[in-house]
Design a protein. Structure first.
Lengths: 111, 113
């Protein structure tokens, strides 16, 4: 069935390093993708999005890459900070407004 | 600019009871979507409301129902609660019912005993 999966459930990085979080999606009809950050006890927070007519989009310290050929999405965080520690979810929208989320990757930043 | 708000923040119920959760969308948004997030999992889509109608529904039983009011706020109702309904219930709002960015509220933590 439709699913969005993450390659790595946990990721530990040193403060100041770059982080890369990967995501695979299975629905080729999906044309809108979002990355969310969720801190403990809070709702998911929008980070960045990308539509299928693009393969790269940059924000402040974050970059999302989309490879439609292999149905792969990644989130790159530059100069990772302790405040970046959280669970990161990718989500896809195959139709209408329904978001399909993966299980999440927990990012831990060591000072 | 007010973000998405949800009430209550926490709730404890017993099996068989009914519960109503509330959501106010972000200012300017007209669409509300509800998600259930079990511990350690990603959110699962329950349904979406636009123009006071249910526009899309996920794989949830009829015990889960909702409503959207003329001011765009929304309620999620769950009847005949089961232990497995214990989860974080998230509301997200957007402008439009299609592929637009959804912004989430803080959620309501429901515990069913």
């Amino acid at each position: 069935g439709e699913s969005v999966g993450l390659h790595l459930p946990t990721l530990s990085v040193q403060e100041g390093d770059n982080s890369i979080i990967n995501c695979a999606y299975s629905n080729s009809a999906s044309d809108y993708f979002i990355w969310y950050k969720q801190e403990s006890g809070k709702g998911p927070q929008f980070i960045i999005d990308i539509r299928s007519n693009m393969d790269k989009r940059q924000g402040q310290r974050v970059t999302v890459l989309l490879n439609k050929t292999v149905k792969h999405l990644s989130l790159q965080i530059a100069a990772t900070q302790p405040g970046d520690s959280a669970v990161y979810f990718c989500a896809e929208t195959p139709q209408g407004g329904k978001l399909i989320f993966g299980q999440g990757t927990e990012l831990s930043v060591k000072p | 600019d007010a973000g998405v708000t949800q009430s209550p923040t926490h709730l404890i119920k017993t099996r068989g009871q009914q519960v109503t959760l509330r959501c106010s969308p972000k200012s300017g948004h007209d669409t509300v979507s509800w998600y259930q997030q079990a511990l350690g999992q990603g959110p699962q889509f329950i349904f979406q409301y636009y123009e006071e109608e249910e526009r899309q529904r996920g794989n949830f039983p009829d015990r889960f129902s909702g409503h959207q009011f003329p001011n765009y706020s929304s309620e999620l109702n769950v009847n005949a609660l089961l232990l497995g309904d214990s989860a974080l219930y998230l509301c997200a709002s957007s402008l439009g019912a299609n592929q637009e960015t959804q912004y989430f509220g803080p959620g309501t933590r429901l515990l069913v005993l």
